[in-house]
Ligand binder design. Structure first.
Ligand code: AAL
Length: 425
């Protein structure tokens, strides 16, 4: 092709493009109708509330939204569950950390003579019979070279001797690396879970190595709120990151619940900030900072903090972001979020103002096993909530289940008897 021909094609193409753009603008102005081609910015025409807020997301199309992702799961082999008889359980894993070429995760492990009898029967729990899946547990750790295949190594934090806090069970850990030391924050139960709700203070243990030994650093490191405050009873799922040069520790609280209003249960997430891992932790004055969520999952993202909100509340199954780590806004709605997710977060402790986000992690599945033999397993999840070149595989906008997933949900409430009566006829 000669140069003249090339130039003229270029000119025609440019003219064509500017005509289309101009035409589009004219069209918009003339009709005030939303255009066929997706506008990159909010068009200057009257918009419905839904189309107006579409431009408040990181991108108007979900497929282009860096804070939207699909989640894909892989089984982790190498963890023995005693044939699934409910006597061994692993749950609530920490985020993986990478030290000297090896990933480490920490998690709740229960190995009891019988499966849990349930929180409603907590008074019947003994030194050998667990009430809940996280009763009579220790914190164990596993390592991996690739994040897919893991090897259990042993106990990281053993429940201490009575009466030290946590003698009944230590559970739901997450890890902080701060000035070369490793800190595990975890729930320390001194009674069977279920006796007074799911009551336990948070302890922190410290070690010079990711492999331990971990020694108790401080018990009750994040104190409960005063009577009448939302977090008076529950400080759960402690989850530390480094942000703004400080330790930002997010935690879950269930409220509006105990003692006499169990069916009014609500969940929120609070933030406590410290300059030293052993505290003092100061609670944010705007707490709670999330109106939804359950197990906590936060990560530094660009110059702010992002979170995966999994279950409970109006904003469950969303990804949210806060430039200041406090005022979170919904960025996307997601499907199949990782429950109790611990994301591998390269910038969890780097205090970066351009954090790269996350691509994988570990999470748990509860409700394994037959009725009365409940236990949990840890699995790997993959996703794309990172600032790298997007992996299109994770930006698909739908998840389709087989019908059995829907049918297995079952019918309850008043309609159950209507259905039963109809079926008989
Ligand atoms: C979870 C967490 C906390 C609760 C229990 C074990 O998944 O929210 O850890 O106490 O359930």
């Amino acid at each position: 092709m000669n140069l003249t021909k090339l130039l003229s094609i270029g000119l025609i193409a440019t003219m064509g493009f500017s005509c289309t753009t101009n035409e589009k603008k004219e069209e918009e102005k003339a009709s005030g109708v939303f255009p066929h081609a997706m506008p990159e910015i909010k068009p200057n025409i009257p918009l419905s509330a839904a189309m107006d807020r579409m431009f408040d997301y990181p991108a108007p199309r979900v497929q282009d939204n860096p804070l939207y992702t699909l989640f894909k799961y892989s089984e982790i082999d190498g963890f023995d569950y005693n044939g699934g008889d409910g006597t061994i359980s692993r749950r609530d894993p920490s985020r993986p950390i990478l030290v000297n070429g090896k990933y480490y995760i920490y998690y709740t492990k229960r190995h009891t003579i019988v499966p849990p009898i349930g929180s409603r029967r907590a008074v019947e729990a003994t030194d050998e019979i667990p009430s809940t899946d996280w009763d009579l547990c220790d914190i164990w750790y596993a390592t991996s070279k690739d994040g897919f295949s893991w090897e259990e190594q042993g106990v990281a934090v053993k429940r201490p001797q009575k009466p030290t806090q946590g003698w009944r069970s230590v559970a739901t850990p997450d890890i902080l690396i701060w000035k070369g030391k490793y800190y595990l924050y975890y729930q320390a139960f001194s009674e069977p879970s279920g006796l007074r709700g799911d009551w336990c203070p948070v302890s922190v243990s410290v070690s010079d190595s990711p492999e331990g030994p971990f020694e108790l650093g401080k018990a009750n490191v994040i104190p409960n709120g005063a009577k009448g405050e939302w977090d008076q009873d529950v400080i759960h799922d402690p989850f530390p990151i480094v942000f703004n040069g400080k330790i930002y520790l997010y935690y879950k609280g269930t409220y509006n619940k105990w003692e006499d209003k169990r069916d009014k249960y609500a969940v929120a997430v609070g933030l406590a900030i410290a300059e030293d891992p052993l505290g003092p932790f100061e609670k944010n004055t705007l707490n709670p900072v999330l109106n939804s969520g359950h197990e906590t999952c936060f990560f530094p993202y660009k110059s702010g903090v992002a979170t995966i909100v999994t279950r409970d509340g109006n904003e469950r199954e969303t990804v949210q972001y806060a430039e200041d780590g406090v005022n979170f806004k919904v960025q996307s709605a997601i499907s199949l979020p990782p429950i109790a997710g611990g994301p591998y977060t390269p910038d969890a402790f780097t205090n970066s103002d351009n954090a790269s986000g996350i691509k994988w992690g570990v999470s748990h599945f509860t409700n394994q096993g037959q009725r009365g033999k409940g236990y949990s397993i840890i699995a790997r999840f993959d996703c794309d909530l990172s600032t790298d070149e997007p992996d299109k595989f994770f930006k698909g906008s739908n998840v389709f289940h087989k019908s059995d997933v829907y049918f297995k949900q079952g019918l309850g409430g008043k309609k159950k008897s209507i259905k039963a009566a109809t079926m008989v006829k």
